[in-house]
Design a protein around this ligand. Structure first.
Ligand code: PEP
Length: 248
């Protein structure tokens, strides 16, 4: 059985004052308790790790470099995230693909860097609105999955986050039919490529997940949780999403 995961992406938001709120998040006491990972901006990682030290919340990075060290001003190596207390790192978020022209091959190399640092890679993929409206949408997403996921991916070191670009931060969400169809396709591809470990790999949905729509989205068999942006910034928004996951 796949353990559900609620992952929060704070993007370029966050202050030291927000960390106490973060520490109040709970997965609940049941066997169904979701894993919780919050990804604050890199400068807040150590403080976030300290603030959540005695609770269920894990900390993740939002990106890492492909190299372990070197002359890459402004970048962060996966081992640095690990040393700061992270257990995971998001790679290939659509904002990084757009702002920094990251390719599938680079995202794949970043995931490999994450594995080398003993971090779980949360690999993001997802289509543009134009691609969603075209005839090849599922093929495009499948090609992203294939190109962005290393051969060494396992259910332990990798989480896939399906995030339609047009749904991120817009309040718009695909229909349940579209979510189910896409996640089922991803499961089929992962199982075909990786066998049992592909069947166990978690697939998150991301894009305008809110307390009001989370329970409906989590009904889908191959939705194993969510990658949440805006609604992860306050515990009062994120906790109901975690609770919906625990109840799913
Ligand atoms: C995201 O940034 O990954 C995201 C899903 O954002 P939001 O939940 O705000 O749409």
């Amino acid at each position: 059985m796949r353990r559900t995961l609620a992952a929060g992406n704070w993007k370029m938001n966050g202050t030291p004052e927000m960390l106490a709120d973060l520490a109040t998040l709970t997965g609940g006491a049941s066997d169904n308790a979701p894993q919780i990972i919050i990804c604050p901006p890199a400068p807040l990682l150590t403080r976030a790790a300290d603030a959540t030290e005695n609770g269920p919340v894990e900390i993740g990075g939002q990106d890492c470099h492909t190299n372990a060290k070197g002359a890459h001003t402004g970048d962060v190596a996966a081992t640095m995230l690990k040393n700061a207390g992270a257990s995971a790192v998001i790679v290939g978020h659509s904002e990084r693909r757009a702002d920094h022209a990251e390719t599938n091959a680079q995202v794949r190399a970043k995931a490999e860097a994450a594995y080398a640092a003993d971090l779980t890679a949360i690999i993001c993929i997802g289509e543009s609105e134009e691609e969603r409206l075209g005839p090849d949408c599922l093929d495009i997403i499948a090609a992203q999955l294939d190109g962005s996921t290393p051969d060494g991916a396992t259910a332990d070191n990798t989480v896939i986050a399906y995030e339609p670009i047009w749904a991120i931060g817009t309040g718009r969400v695909p229909t349940m039919e579209q979510i189910i169809e896409t996640h089922d396709m991803l499961r089929t591809k992962l199982t075909a490529r990786f066998g049992d470990t592909g069947a166990q790999m978690r697939i998150l949905y991301g894009g305008s997940v809110k307390p009001t729509n989370a329970a409906e989205i989590f009904k889908a068999e191959n939705v194993d949780g969510a990658l949440v942006g805006g609604a992860s910034l306050k515990a009062s928004d994120f906790q109901p999403i975690i609770d919906a996951l625990a109840a799913s």
